[in-house]
Design a protein around this ligand. Sequence first.
Ligand SMILES: [Cu+2]
Length: 313
Amino acid sequence: MNAFKMKRALLMAASALAMMTIPGIAAAKDITLRLTAKEVALPIDNKGTTQVSWTYEGQVPGPVLRVTEGDRVTIVLTNDKANKNSHSIDLHAARVDVISDFESVKPGETKTFSFVTTFPGAFYYHCGSDPMYQHIARGMFGIILVDPKDADTRPKPDREYVLIQSEVYNNPDDTHSIMKNDWKHVVFNGVAFKYDPVHDPAATKTLVAKPGERVRVYFVNAGPNEISSFHPIAGIWDSVYLSGNPKNKMVGLQSFLVGPGDGATFDLISPKAGANVIVDHIMPHAHSGAMAVVMFSDDADPKMGRGDNILVR
Ligand SMILES: [Cu+2]
């Protein structure tokens, strides 16, 4: 074989290798995620008491963003022209430049930036505009799930739920009161006792699963200020993945601390029918709103904890 033929054969072999895919390993994708910041009034309790909220897409928490490890993610953030404040987005799944990529966007303007996801996990995203603690206290946060590119690195869940903890402040207009931690409720997914008809008869929802099913809870503590001692009453965390990374696995835990700005993934399996209550075991947090009932029964609604119902609105 002459040098030319040798070079051509090597090039062909290299391109054949590049086209090969490994079974079970997801190929990287280009994903564009568009978010609009909206300032709206939203309920903070099951009675329907409302508060002016600063949001992504008019929702607290913001939409669940879901990509796979290795994907190239482009964020397009628009600040609605009806808004009064500048807003931004800081995603803990990104490795970028805080100044140019996470910069504030004025009302009526749009900002675009990209990053490649390098670690799988359950990551926090939030507004970082000044004062950041006020934008978070007003509801500008959500979760970005970066699924591992090799789905076989941990057991497949039967159901998935997102719980995002945050504080609701008595007067979020008063930034000093937020700095002094003068909150009214600690909540999951924006509303006090949202999934707890036991402690609040006005609640209409619970999380559900069948006995024996693996329930995977993606948890983020948005804060802005309080730590969470995350515990399933009448259950034990089967597995806890620090930051949601399959490599950071711990087993058989009763409670696990998640600080503001952090997240973790929790697997829960109930051997019998009945209820567990997921709480922040810090009592003022639990009894002001941070409780969520998980009902385990054989007739659990098959649509819950799947598809669009992993963050139960
Ligand atoms: Cu904001």
